[in-house]
Ligand binder design. Structure first.
Ligand SMILES: [Fe+2]
Ligand SMILES: [Fe+2]
Length: 179
């Protein structure tokens, strides 16, 4: 289906999804680079597999020419977003993933709503919508799992970090839509 079937208005959205899933893969690479905690590594290894699958699914939809030109930056930002909390410990990792996934859930929900089937809905849009619905379902599971494993709410520093992560995600999406 590549390219030609994606309407112009949707390319920015998919570019931001592709950038986001790239960042997600690198978050878990950052966590795995730093952490030796068994439960964190098990969590990150499983999530890395599902983020890689999301990335592949969006790669199938979005041709290379339409992808973000800032991908190296999204990889580095993702790596840091995973590695830094991993240095601070397992709870920080789970709080960070919770913050990221809460953002991603609403990001995908807004796009899915835009693709709601209507009278003139095209088959290609239904395919794209199904991919996004599948990704969002996984992200909600990731969110729930991280929230459960964190066992307690973040303290003031953790809350500040999570707010920064949410703000960074929002800025990254705004840039990736355009560049
Ligand atoms: Fe994902
Ligand atoms: Fe995820």
């Amino acid at each position: 289906m590549y390219g030609a079937t994606i309407p112009k208005w949707l390319i920015g959205d998919l570019r931001s999804d592709h950038a986001g899933e790239t960042g997600a893969v690198w978050i878990y690479r950052g966590i795995l680079f730093v952490s030796s905690d068994r439960s964190v590594r098990d969590f990150a290894e499983r999530h890395l597999i599902s983020e890689r699958r999301h990335l592949r699914e969006i790669e199938v939809l979005l041709p290379p020419a339409d992808r973000s030109r800032l991908l190296p930056i999204w990889r580095i930002a993702g790596f840091i977003t995973g590695a830094l909390p991993a240095l601070a410990g397992s709870r920080s990792v789970f709080h960070t993933v919770e913050a990221v996934e809460a953002f991603v859930d609403s990001h995908y929900a807004a796009q899915i709503q835009k693709l709601e089937p209507n009278g003139d809905s095209r088959q290609s849009l239904n395919v794209i919508r199904a991919v996004l619905v599948g990704c969002r379902g996984d992200e909600i599971e990731h969110y729930n799992e991280a929230r459960q494993l964190a066992t307690s709410r973040p303290g003031p520093v953790g809350r500040l970090w999570c707010a920064l992560v949410a703000l960074g995600s929002e800025l990254a999406v705004a840039f990736a839509r355009r560049i």
